[in-house]
Design a protein around this ligand. Structure first.
Ligand code: FES
Length: 154
């Protein structure tokens, strides 16, 4: 991911400011470019769209896909929706948090893995489901999750 560049951020905002629903479109584009929504980005978006910073913060915190900090080298998203919960998702989530030593949205101290919740991946029959760096995974249990995390750590 490129480091924050105000000029590039302004260019992205300008490109999308006349789109329908420009706030979400711009925030998504900024996250694609820089990997997260920084405070500098919030300020620029608020100014450009004549919104308060609180309004932009509200949008960023409402949508789980927005990050406020850079992600780790790998991103593990565990499904928190109902079907996966009924198949052991809660136990798996507790194990994942304990194994990584982070809560939702956290990144391990060594920067290797960020843990995020996701709400249904369309893999309900194969729950508990997850995405690891965008790769869909099903029928996870603690042992399989540990092996996957060992792989990405090596
Ligand atoms: S509820 Fe987890 S994939 Fe649908």
């Amino acid at each position: 991911m490129p480091a924050w560049q105000e000029a590039r951020a302004r260019q992205i905002i300008e490109t999308h400011r006349t789109d329908d629903g420009p706030t979400l479109v711009i925030l998504q584009a900024l996250q694609r470019e820089f990997g997260f929504i920084s405070e500098e980005a919030v300020v620029l978006v608020a100014d450009a769209l004549n919104l308060t910073r609180a309004e932009v913060h509200g949008i960023v915190s409402f949508y789980h896909d927005f990050r406020r900090e850079p992600a780790g080298r790998h991103v593990l998203k565990l499904c928190r929706a109902e079907a996966c919960q009924s198949l052991g998702g809660e136990r798996l989530a507790a194990h994942g948090q304990s194994r990584l030593g982070v809560s939702w949205g956290g990144t391990t101290a060594d920067g290797s893995v960020t843990l995020e919740p996701v709400f249904c991946l369309g893999l309900c029959a194969s729950g508990p489901a997850a995405l690891l760096d965008g790769r869909p995974l099903g029928r996870l249990d603690a042992g399989r999750l540990d092996r996957l995390l060992d792989e990405v750590a090596s």
